[in-house]
Design a protein around this ligand. Structure first.
Ligand SMILES: *Cc1c(COP(=O)(O)O)cnc(C)c1O
Length: 409
């Protein structure tokens, strides 16, 4: 059974109904799900989880729905931790771990958020769902919408990786390509949704995607024996996963499952789109929009995040930091981790690896830190961008690092 009680505004603290289809609080800020945590603590022992199914709904008491009949799932979550022994030795950090979200349905961790959001949207009576997306969220909504039997409308930038458009179309969604970025796509949906009868599932503009993503926080704790790591690297677009994990840690502490210690949260962005990093460095509480955002790590090409104040607050409270990395560093990171560990990172995950190297070189990472690097999606979804980069490199006559392929003469 679920111990979900109500929604609460992340800004003004007002309560909102758990049984209505809602977007933002009337004050304009995100609504967060609240639970009877004392009730969960009485009803559920950590060891009860051991024989639960290996997907994110194993934490059903802490999810907005627990009824198997109502859950829209493709088996998302409970993704593996991969220990990076060789790189751990090379960078004097034996506790290096990748949380590999690439194995989720639809090839990215967006599956978690959309499984939760579509479950709730269907339960609360939505019939048509619309989403602005930088790529992976569109593919995930198309899949979960198909599974739920709901109609899906997707607005994505024209230069989104091909895989994202094709997967969405093959799952039956109506895809509109936009000359602009995710924020422009969001405005187009806002203009049309009333007339079309769409429910807007933009991240943090509906309350439940974050509940899906928070399960990453529960999983890390459970998979590490209820001890959190010292550092988490998170590639930050809208920041839903970072805010979600932070929320999960708070819930776990309130239930007495963990103590008050927290990982240092590192928000990672590309130098081509780094609003959170800039705001962090300037000591701001909100992050002004980034002009002319450009990065091939499309999942973090988000110029303005509605939850910016929540991201910045979590990073600061955690004693963490925010780091921007170059496009070239991201590309090289994909090769390095691929060649040395056999994990084919997505560019966003690779940005985290590049950021780890920066902070390790500055001794911000200590040799005995346990460090989690989020690989938020599958490298395979970015083949077109990777080939473009490789071609550019060749035309600049710089040989790509560690290249292994040769041409037959
Ligand atoms: C969406 C996305 C991100 C950013 O996630 P947020 O929680 O919105 O910050 C990172 N990586 C990939 C692959 C994504 O699809």
């Amino acid at each position: 059974m679920s111990f979900f009680t109500h929604l609460e505004c992340s800004k003004c603290g007002e309560s909102a109904s758990p049984t209505e289809l809602l977007n933002l609080c009337p004050c304009g800020f995100p609504l967060l799900a609240r639970y009877d945590l004392a009730g969960v603590a009485r009803a559920l022992k950590k060891t009860d989880l051991l024989d639960r199914p290996s997907h994110m709904w194993r934490y059903c008491e802490l999810m907005p729905v627990a009824d198997k009949q109502e859950i829209v799932t493709l088996g998302e979550g409970f993704t593996p931790l991969i220990r990076l022994d060789r790189l751990g030795r090379a960078y004097s950090t034996p506790g290096l771990i990748i949380k590999d979200e690439a194995v989720n349905p639809t090839g990215s961790f967006k599956a978690r958020g959309l499984s939760a959001a579509v479950t709730m949207a269907k339960k609360l009576g939505a019939t048509k769902l619309a989403i602005p997306t930088a790529g992976n969220a569109g593919g995930a909504l198309a899949a979960y919408g198909a599974q739920a039997g709901l109609e899906v409308f997707i607005y994505m930038p024209r230069d989104t990786p091909t895989a994202n458009r094709v997967e969405a179309e093959f799952c039956g969604a109506h895809v509109t390509l936009v000359d602009g970025l995710i924020n422009d796509a969001g405005m187009m949906i806002a203009d049309r949704k009333e007339r079309e009868g769409w429910f807007d599932v933009s991240t943090l503009k509906e309350p439940y995607r974050i509940e899906g993503k928070k399960t990453m926080g529960y999983e890390i704790a459970e998979q590490l024996g209820w001890k959190l790591p010292q550092v988490i690297f998170y590639p930050t677009g809208g920041g839903t996963g970072l805010i979600g994990m932070w929320k999960a840690f708070q819930e776990m502490e309130e239930m007495g499952w963990i103590g008050s210690e927290r990982p240092r949260m590192v928000s990672v962005q590309s130098e081509g789109c780094a609003p959170i990093v800039r705001a962090f460095e300037q000591g701001l509480e909100e992050a002004p929009a980034w002009e002319n955002a450009a990065t091939f790590a499309s999942g973090i090409r988000v110029p303005k995040a509605i939850g910016d104040f929540l991201i910045l607050r979590a990073v600061r409270e955690s004693g963490g930091t925010a780091v921007a990395v170059s496009e070239r560093d991201i590309f090289e990171a994909i090769r390095e981790v691929g060649c040395r560990e056999g994990v084919f990172l997505c560019p966003e995950g690779a940005a985290c690896w590049a950021a780890f190297k920066q902070l390790q070189a500055r001794s911000w990472i200590k040799p005995d830190d346990q460090v989690i690097i989020y690989n938020t999606g599958a490298g395979h979804k970015y083949i077109d961008s990777l080939l473009t980069f490789e071609r550019r490199w060749i035309s600049e006559s710089i040989s790509p690092p560690n290249s292994r392929s040769t041409q037959a003469q």
